[in-house]
Design a protein around this ligand. Structure first.
Ligand SMILES: Cc1cc2nc3c(=O)[nH]c(=O)nc-3n(C[C@H](O)[C@H](O)[C@H](O)COP(=O)(O)OP(=O)(O)OC[C@H]3O[C@@H](n4cnc5c(N)ncnc54)[C@H](O)[C@@H]3O)c2cc1C
Length: 463
């Protein structure tokens, strides 16, 4: 394999590692800015988690909205995210990606990739190749070369079936998608139950960007113990990779979650993505979602939409083998859950206290307050499903500045090194306001700065 031969010999060379959302955006943007670009993809094909996603490209509507949705996120990076999202949407459309504006809550701006995210991947890849870009699939970034000053001067590339090769470059953009597929890193940052989490992403995001950058002195961001994910049917169920969304229990926000002790442990109305992190801290990373016939009808059974197929989450989870109980009364439900190790007397006490508080309009005063969507458990039949968090991407990663430059442990940029998408951490923290938007905005920022900062005609461009 040899680097791309772009006609301008003085064009800077930019290597982008990872051909998912951030990588495809960065690669196209770097080309447009005048670089010759080598795009590395560890998997068999480009797309990453972008290709598995719902394709809902969304962002907070304003900086104030973002601060409310993600109060612990980095304020400086968050402001850039919100302010540059609209320009990113226009730019993505110019690349040929079809985006339709969706109705939404007033605090968000939402677009849907049409006809789906795989079409967006194909569009970006085709445009990249047509503009002279080089894409190497089954080729992982395996190391970063530096000069005596610590500046990045190239990348070690490991093809799946070949020898490691060093590619000189003016800049390397890390877009490897986070570390959710690395159980050892999950245990390091998330703690004891981390190996029980279900991978709800592409399988290749094993933290390569984080580890390789740390090896040359990069600093980690805040939010290292925080992730974005959703609750999925617990083992022995095995959720098919291509169908994550159909099995996602988004409706835990309208239901009640209990742990094995039968106790509630989080305000479910904060959202399923927040509850997923709370479940990761419960015994065996296991929780049971409980709801009645009204919530089943209105939320647990979903029509097709937002890039997902129609699904009946209860019956489909049962068919996969997840722990499930359907019962005519709460007492019968608690007895049924004993088989799965739930402490039934504790559970009944919890459910009765919850119902009493909801009836009195005082759910927000429960020991574990319930501030919103407090549906009572009153209409039989009652349902319970055992759930385990599925991790989609990590919210912590490399420390970056507003130009997506990776920072060292003194807080100074490492020349020639950038991170975008899930590899850049701390923009969201504990809560989340869109994953694709991070790759769009910071993939472009990284590429623009990398090309602008590169000296033209430097020997590093010779491959
Ligand atoms: C089921 C599901 C639904 C989702 N729905 C939405 C949604 O509707 N809206 C939303 O905003 N977000 C959604 N997301 C999240 C979104 O897909 C991610 O936030 C986004 O794709 C992250 O972009 P990224 O570029 O950081 O990583 P990815 O898109 O995952 O790309 C990372 C790429 O890097 C590659 N890679 C890893 N290591 C190396 C290496 N060493 N060298 C070369 N390549 C490497 C991987 O193979 C992968 O292709 C969803 C995710 C899933 C799984």
């Amino acid at each position: 394999m040899s680097p791309s031969d772009l006609s301008d010999p003085a064009a800077p060379t930019v290597i982008v590692a990872g051909a998912g959302m951030a990588g495809l955006v960065a690669a196209r943007q770097a080309q447009a800015a005048g670089a010759r670009v080598i795009l590395l993809e560890k998997g068999d094909a480009p797309g990453g988690s972008l290709a598995l996603s719902g394709g809902t490209l969304w962002c907070a509507a304003s900086y104030a909205d973002l601060r409310r949705l993600v109060p612990l996120g980095d304020p400086h990076l968050g402001r850039i995210l919100v302010e540059e999202f609209a320009a990113g949407v226009d730019w993505l459309r110019e690349q040929g990606v079809t985006l339709s504006r969706q109705p939404s809550l007033p605090d968000r701006v939402v677009y849907l990739m049409q006809p789906g995210p795989r079409a967006a991947v194909a569009q970006l890849v085709d445009a990249f190749i047509a503009a002279g870009g080089t894409l190497h699939t089954r080729s992982a970034l395996a190391g970063l070369a530096t000069d005596a000053h610590g500046a990045v001067t190239g990348a070690l590339v490991h093809p799946a079936d070949g020898l490691r090769t060093l590619y000189p470059a003016h800049a390397v953009i890390l877009a490897t998608g986070g570390f959710q597929a690395n159980p050892e890193l999950r245990a390091r940052y998330f703690g004891p139950n981390a190996d029980r989490l279900i991978l709800r992403s592409n399988p290749h995001s094993t933290g390569d960007g984080l580890l390789l950058a740390q090896a040359i002195g990069a600093a980690g961001s805040r939010a290292m113990s925080s992730f974005y994910g959703h609750l999925l049917p617990a083992p022995p169920a095995v959720v098919p990779t291509h169908d994550f969304i159909a099995y996602t229990h988004y409706h835990t926000a309208q239901a009640v979650l209990v742990n094995r002790l039968g106790a509630r442990f989080t305000d479910e109305s904060l959202g399923d993505e927040t509850s997923a992190q709370a479940v990761a801290r419960q015994p065996d990373a296991l929780a049971f979602v409980i709801y009645d016939a009204v919530v089943y009808r209105d939320f647990a059974v979903r029509a097709a939409g937002g890039g997902a197929r129609a699904s009946d989450t209860f019956h489909e989870s049962a068919a996969l083998g997840a722990p499930t109980v359907q019962a005519a009364s709460l007492g019968e439900l608690a007895a049924g859950l004993e088989e799965f190790g739930v402490y039934a007397p504790g559970l009944l006490e919890t459910l009765h206290a919850y119902n009493a508080a909801v009836a009195a309009g005082a759910a927000h005063r429960l020991a574990v307050p319930r501030r919103d969507h407090a549906y009572p458990l009153t209409t039989p039949p009652f349902y319970a499903v055992g759930l385990t968090p599925g991790i989609t991407f990590t919210l912590g990663g490399l420390a970056v500045n507003g130009d997506a430059q990776v920072l060292d442990r003194r807080g100074l940029p490492i020349p020639g090194l950038y991170a975008a998408g899930a590899d850049a951490g701390g923009i969201h923290n504990a809560q989340y306001a869109g994953g694709l938007c991070l790759g769009l905005v910071f993939g472009r920022r990284a590429a623009q700065h990398a090309v602008a900062a590169a000296p033209r005609g430097n020997a590093a461009a010779q491959g």
